[in-house]
Write a protein that binds this ligand. Structure first.
Ligand SMILES: [Zn+2]
Ligand SMILES: [Zn+2]
Length: 175
């Protein structure tokens, strides 16, 4: 098994099944690695902003080490098959947008996603976002209402009390 196939099997193991969506993320992660000269991100040096939360994101977690827990996998949900990659070491970034494929049978599409050269699969664009801020660590604050502890950035003021988002009733008349 070559290294690419090994990586693919790792992704399938993590995701639970083989599918076209996973292939999109797999190809995007490998292409980003090649273009930005990235390695597996043990800390936060590589950050991904995914524009969807579908199957492909799992391959990016496995291959690039961008994960929700480390704070270097962020979502800007637009329902687009697009992924933004940022490398803090070099300051380089890239946005990969899947090109339209036209109608295809499921199997045909999987083969297509697996075998097409990366430049035919993805359009290379510039991310709309600047480098995302590194994950911050916030103070813990106790909610005056339910008494549970939450991080400071999740606290709102209500009737002069500090409340968590579960206890807060939003009020907005701004249109
Ligand atoms: Zn899937
Ligand atoms: Zn509360």
């Amino acid at each position: 098994m070559d290294i690419q196939e090994q990586l693919w099997q790792k992704c399938v193991g993590f995701h639970g099944h083989e599918c076209g969506g996973l292939l999109i993320g797999f190809r995007a992660a490998l292409y980003a690695m090649e273009l930005l000269d990235l390695g597996y991100s043990a800390d936060e040096e590589v950050t991904c902003i995914a524009e969807n939360d579908a199957c492909g994101v799992d391959a990016i977690q496995v291959i690039l080490g961008c994960s929700v827990g480390k704070g270097n996998l962020l979502f800007k949900l637009r329902g687009k098959q697009a992924f933004n990659f940022y490398d803090r070491k070099t300051g380089k970034s890239i946005r990969l947008l899947l090109r339209e494929t036209g109608p295809m049978e499921k199997e045909e599409k999987c083969r297509y996603l697996k075998e097409q050269p990366a430049e035919k699969l993805f359009e290379i664009k510039t991310p709309a976002q600047e480098f995302p801020e590194k994950a911050r660590i916030f103070r813990s604050v106790r909610c005056d209402c339910c008494k549970e502890v939450t991080s400071e950035n999740m606290i709102r003021l209500q009737d002069g009390k500090q409340v968590c988002l579960d206890c807060f009733s939003p009020y907005s008349r701004f249109l």
